[in-house]
Design a protein around this ligand. Structure first.
Ligand code: RB5
Length: 146
């Protein structure tokens, strides 16, 4: 698995924590910033990561900002992206099992670094269940392709 990772200035600390996690899990990743001193614009980081996941260059993407909301809104504009904003462990598991999400968004100002790390661990370790859920995802793809 290859993961694309990015944050804006509001998510730098949690992004560093996720880098440590990916190292520990022996998961290949690339960090797309930000290398920010000051404030940056989250779409400039969410959209390139989402495009790299959508075009198959990376299998999954993790994006972090202050709330996770801006990153998730931007990522979900890219065709083929199913980005879940997750702040609890139940949803981290369920969104992989049911929605086959290929991107995870989190908000550093909403959750602690420890919880963020565990959310990412669960999300990265959980497989899609397929079955009835496949049909639902196909309906989203069909709408996207209209
Ligand atoms: C930046 O201040 C903040 O707006 C951003 O990190 C994010 O929370 C946007 O959704």
């Amino acid at each position: 698995m290859k993961v694309a990772l990015a944050s804006d200035h509001g998510g730098v600390l949690l992004r560093n924590e996720i880098r440590n996690l990916l190292d520990e899990m022996n998961i290949e990743y690339e960090d797309f910033g930000c290398e920010c001193e000051g404030s940056v614009d989250y779409p400039d980081y969410a959209l390139p990561v989402a495009e790299k996941v959508a075009n198959g260059e990376f299998d999954k993407g993790i994006v972090i900002c202050g709330t996770g909301i801006g990153m998730s809104i931007a990522a979900n504009k890219v065709k083929g992206i199913r980005c879940a904003l997750v702040h609890d462990l139940f949803s981290a598991k369920a969104t992989r099992e049911h929605n086959d999400t290929n991107m995870l968004a989190m908000g550093e100002r909403v959750i602690g670094l420890g919880l963020g790390r565990e959310i990412a661990r669960v999300w990265l370790s959980t497989e899609f269940e397929g079955g009835r859920h496949e049909n639902r995802i196909n309906k989203i793809s069909q709408y996207e392709n209209k």
